[in-house]
Design a protein around this ligand. Sequence first.
Ligand code: NAD
Length: 452
Amino acid sequence: MTATPATRQDTGTGFTAEHAAALTGRLRATFRSGRTKPLAWRKQQLTRLRALLTENGDAIAAALHTDLRKSRAESDSMEIASTVTEIDHYLEHLEEWLRPRPAGVPEAAFPEGTTARTQYDPLGVALVISAWNYPVNLLLVPVAGALAAGNAVVAKPSELSPATSALMARLLPEYLDADAVAVVEGAVPETTALLAQRFDHVFYTGNGTVGRIVMKAAAEHLTPVTLELGGKSPAFVDRDADVAATAARLAATKFANAGQTCVAPDYVLTDPATARALETALTEVIGQLFGPDPQSSDAFARIVNERHFDRVTALLDSGRTVTGGTHDRADKYIAPTVLADVDPDAPVMREEIFGPVLPIVTVDGLDEAIAFINERDKPLALYAFTDNDVTRERLAAETSSGALNFGLPIYHLAVPELPFGGVGPSGMGNYHGRHSLAAFSHHKAVLDVPLA
Ligand code: NAD
């Protein structure tokens, strides 16, 4: 998926590099005062962030409905509960994670009594630039990580989800220490003004084109980055897989948020016989999920804007339509669609779909599937549906992806102990759970050698 910065609107907030410098100067002064470092401050901020989420469920759901027509159930589970789970995990484990870890000392080379340890130091002032598709979770989970690590933080929500952006801009300073946490709303000019400043970490979620811009800007200051990017996440379906169960899991995870999920299964790879069985099973399960007319279902979201609507509808001719295929631009609605007999070079296979279109590409078994995956960019996630341990082991050993899930796409992000992130073109670095602490900290070596 590529964003073309030139087509984006100037939001005209008038936020310039001078404003950005003043803001980061203020947050840096707070950081230097030492206020953000104590465990008590970090836990208090995390508790307040948790309260922001639990006390404003109605306002959050309303904003998400305005921006994306997200259902209440999706808002509650995939935005609020998922973020609260992460925060609770930090609150439970932070003290233990922050304990210095002893490191072994080679006895022969050092005097008796020498000790070595590592400790996590906060970095300073972090910048979190977020995307529009899960505009609460993707903003607040990194912000929680930055705060857990004892940093000050500037949060930049996406301008493509403006209602949620405005809500976050109102609520964050109300709930959190406003000398240490700031929200800057806006688009390219505002983000560019921010990126001209020296931050101590930049955490970016979005597409790889902008990821490169962010990394270049950060390189000017030798600022480390985390890049949470996207790409095509394949779903391999083995011959022996239970087709009905596979179709149910595939459809639920693909069509959530109308396919606008970075780790949604992008396309299915399977053999021709399983493909035919899946066509029937997917059609049935889509009917169960969204009824005969998904456009009138509360459970089915809309495409974020006309630009993405036009981009996704242009991919609909890439194969035989099994189900769906209809759309309504005025309503930014694209039906949940399954395409079969899709050529590996068809338009739908050339870019991340990021919409409710599921192409099925056929291969002749596991060897060909592995070759297909390895010929392309390393995915953010690889999914497989199989009953076969050899298939599991071979996929784990012979492919590379940000994550590898058997049996259920997407939900690795709900396991805080698993690092969430990509590899190669799908991203750099990771977060969630203790990995967030590592992302926003410096892991410092401390050596203590007795003087006598
Ligand atoms: P987006 O349009 O919201 O852009 C992301 C952020 O980049 C926004 O805050 C935006 O203001 C900023 N931005 C845009 N142009 C910029 C520029 N020229 N300079 C500086 N900042 C700029 O989101 P998007 O990129 O359309 O998001 C969709 C992509 O993000 C997909 O590829 C998806 O897979 C990926 N994504 C990844 C994750 C993940 O966790 N790995 C999560 C969500 C989305």
